[in-house]
Design a protein around this ligand. Structure first.
Ligand SMILES: [Zn+2]
Length: 206
């Protein structure tokens, strides 16, 4: 079992999530796009327990604080193999376009492909590849929760007009999510929490 805490960070209000495995107290942080009080506190109090930084994709607003968090904690930085190049390309990760400046040099420790898994303490984390918003966008499934980044959002979906994005890929990825049987809690990269059944019934893109 994991517990989920959500913290919006940065100018674009990315949902950063802190996941804690109940049995071991081990923590994963999803998409630390920027620093915030809650993250600072986490580092102060739980430094040793932060094991992973899980990135849903390589855009600057999701990765901005990842490297600094990794250096403060020794957590492993995790991203898809296909989006790894975005970590060091400030045009692909859009930081130049939005801010006119780059993100700190960010280096992955683990790169994932479709259906790869990790263990956060006793909790299994499964990565599923959902390209479309970026080529390497993906979702993390843990227990009955899915962290969808900028692929699936409440009653919406991510843009496909950025570099490496693809409308056709997005359609296929949303189809794949719609085919999942379990009514997952949906934790998107921006905006409100949802459930997969609600999205299947009400999201016009799904
Ligand atoms: Zn994005």
């Amino acid at each position: 079992m994991i517990t989920v805490q959500s913290v919006p960070v940065g100018a674009l209000q990315v949902n950063c999530y802190m996941l804690k495995d109940s049995n071991t107290g081990f923590i994963a942080v999803v998409d630390p796009g920027d620093n915030c009080t809650a993250l600072k506190k986490l580092v102060e109090n739980e430094k040793e327990n932060i094991k992973y930084i899980l990135l849903t994709h390589g855009h600057f607003d999701h990765i901005g604080y990842a490297q600094a968090l990794k250096e403060q904690t020794n957590a492993k930085l995790v991203i898809s193999k296909a989006d790894e190049p975005l970590l060091s390309d400030n045009n692909l990760n859009l930081s130049m376009a939005f801010f006119g400046t780059g993100v700190p040099k960010t280096v992955a420790d683990i790169t994932l492909e479709d259906n790869d898994t990790l263990m956060l303490g006793d909790s299994k984390v499964t990565f599923i590849s959902t390209p479309g918003h970026t080529k390497g966008s993906g979702c993390y499934i843990i227990d009955n929760n899915i962290f969808t980044g900028d692929t699936l959002m409440r009653l919406s979906m991510g843009r496909t007009d950025f570099p490496t994005g693809s409308d056709d890929d997005m359609k296929a990825s949303l189809k794949r999510l719609a085919a999942l049987q379990e009514n997952y809690n949906v934790y998107p990269g921006h905006g409100d929490y949802s459930t997969l059944n609600y999205e299947k019934n009400c999201n016009p893109y799904l």
